[in-house]
Design a binder for this molecule. Sequence first.
Ligand code: FES
Length: 137
Amino acid sequence: MPTIKFVKENKEIEVPPGANLRAEALKAGINVNHMVCGVSEGVDAFAANAGKMLNCRGFGLCGTCRVLITAGAENVNEMTTLEQLKFKYAPVPDPMPAMAFIGHEDTMRLACKTQVNGDVEVETMPEMNMFGENFFS
Ligand code: FES
């Protein structure tokens, strides 16, 4: 059975092969939906609570369930067309997913479109690198 380790939450769960990452996180009591992270503690908490309520429920449309696959990226499905559209080609009307993707091109996924086929480590609510070297490059 594949294992998902949620790094920030320090929680590890076993899932059936092919399990949906967002669904399994929710079952484990882990929120993966958020608006923006890395601004300040108060804003991040508000954004996480707002993301819990204001999301597309796993249809790949809102982009709030973005996570980083920090280990075991070879054990998940290929990035879907919906994810590519959200991250690479559709910064309007919501630019947040596309902005967050910068500098995380190899690791960022939408949890609702990620199938887990082997052991992975996941970072939920990744911070945006707004002032880092990759943002304006
Ligand atoms: S829940 Fe909306 S994109 Fe995943």
